[in-house]
Write a protein that binds this ligand. Structure first.
Ligand SMILES: CSCC[C@H](NC(C)=O)C(=O)O
Ligand SMILES: [Zn+2]
Ligand SMILES: [Zn+2]
Length: 418
């Protein structure tokens, strides 16, 4: 059977069978080119405006930076004084290497097995539409809940959130939302289990500058930049290897539990026969919340000193917040989340998110946030070629949110709210 491109009477293994409207809406959203470096955010705003009308929920738009709008749809609870629930998602997606894709990455093709291909199908346009469709079903069923629910759609997560969530979290409009608990993105899990993230590693992007004596490329010049650079690289990558071993030898560790170091850029030199006066190397370091950050920076300082005279470092990114979200049964939000998953026979794996999402800003603001994308039996393909989600996993995810959202929005009044 040919893959289905138009979404009207989709294949998905059942030729001629009408496609679930939720799936059609998801595929329509995948076709919007909200892709960096120039995301079509106007297309996303138009789409969300339509959703706001369909759901009968008021929409607020806050332009946090020129051309960067945060959109919020609000379903007010029966007791609006209570803390609200935030369902957060980002609207942007990362670029593609189209030549490596089976299909056009923005055509939202559904193949004969019912797999839906597209950039953002896992990260995180599926989650956006699952939130929307769960809310649509709950409203259609006439449900109401004590707590207000906010659906929030933010730009620029994929480029660090500096013109998105990081600014909005400090905006008075964010404070007005009166958030008590947030859901945001997670990762797929290839097994039967679902992964949930209660914290993130801090990203540290470091450039180490190695100045040295210049001279003619034919001589043995002392104290060159390259000799220092070599020591720096060895010290950082030896540590990388120790952490890699630590991960590989401990069964209970995941990537989020160890520090990763990757050398990502090297600069320096002007000509083959000129020994350069400076060489620089950059590292992407990700540090678990359990690591003492002051001590870790002391370690970097010591490596630079050991590498030679005047070796310095500077940060392009230095996350310092180590807040994690409680996953204790005594926590009312976690209890509502985990007991609902249990009632749906879902197995949860609790982990630290290995990279950085907008959840880090939410947790840094002192709010609990769980990273969760309901995709089990699915390979992790975010940012990868041929990113896809199966139609059945996508539809099950709507059902999961249809059960989770009422539980969260009905968490009894907390002692801090009384
Ligand atoms: C530090 S801002 C960059 C954010 C990006 N997030 C993801 C999910 O890839 C990252 O972790 O590299
Ligand atoms: Zn994402
Ligand atoms: Zn991403």
């Amino acid at each position: 059977m040919l893959p289905d491109q138009d979404g009207q009477n989709a294949g998905g293994g059942g030729g001629g069978v009408s496609e679930d409207p939720s799936v059609s809406l998801f595929r329509e959203y995948l076709r919007l080119k909200t892709v960096h470096p120039e995301p079509d955010y106007d297309a996303a705003l138009g789409f969300l405006g339509r959703i706001s009308e369909e759901l009968g929920l008021p929409m607020k738009k806050v332009e946090v930076c020129p051309g960067r709008v945060v959109t919020i749809l609000t379903w007010t609870g029966t007791n609006p004084a209570l803390k609200s629930i935030l369902l957060n998602s980002h609207t942007d997606v990362v670029p593609v290497y189209q030549e490596h894709w089976k299909y056009d990455a923005f055509a939202a093709v559904k193949d004969a097995e019912g797999n839906i291909y597209g950039r953002g199908s896992q990260d995180m346009k599926s989650v956006t539409i699952q939130y929307i469709e769960a809310i649509r079903r709950l409203k259609a069923a006439g449900k109401t809940f004590p707590r207000t629910i906010h659906l929030m759609f933010v730009p620029d997560e994929e480029v660090g959130g500096q013109k998105g969530m990081e600014v909005f979290i400090k905006h008075p409009e964010f404070h007005k939302l009166n958030i008590g608990f947030a859901l945001d993105e997670g990762l797929a899990n290839p097994t039967e289990a679902f992964t949930v993230f209660y914290g993130e590693r801090n990203p540290w992007w470091v450039t180490v500058r190695c100045p040295g004596s210049p001279g003619h490329g034919s001589r043995f010049v002392e104290n060159t930049a390259a000799e220092k650079l070599r020591r720096v690289i060895n010290l950082f990558l030896d540590f990388r290897e120790r952490e890699r071993q630590r991960l590989n030898t401990s069964e209970c560790f995941t990537l989020g539990d160890v520090t990763t170091v990757n050398m990502t850029m090297v600069r320096g030199g002007v000509a083959y026969n000129v020994i350069p006066a400076e060489m620089d190397v950059s590292f992407d370091i990700r540090i678990p919340p359990t690591v003492n950050l002051q001590e870790f920076e002391e370690q970097i300082k010591a490596w630079c000193k050991e590498a030679g005279d005047d070796v310095t470092y500077e940060f392009a990114q230095k996350g310092m917040n180590q807040n994690t979200t409680s996953t204790e049964d005594s926590d009312p939000w976690w209890r509502a989340f985990s007991s609902t998953c249990k009632s749906l026979n879902m197995t949860l794996k609790k982990e630290i998110f290995p990279a950085a999402t907008d959840s880090r800003f939410i947790r840094a603001a002192g709010l609990p946030a769980i990273g969760f994308s309901p995709m089990n039996r699915t390979p992790i393909l975010l940012h990868d070629h041929n990113e896809f989600i199966s139609e059945s996993v996508f539809l099950k995810g709507i059902h999961i949110y249809e059960t989770l959202i009422p539980a969260l929005a009905s968490v009894p009044t907390l002692t801090t709210e009384a």
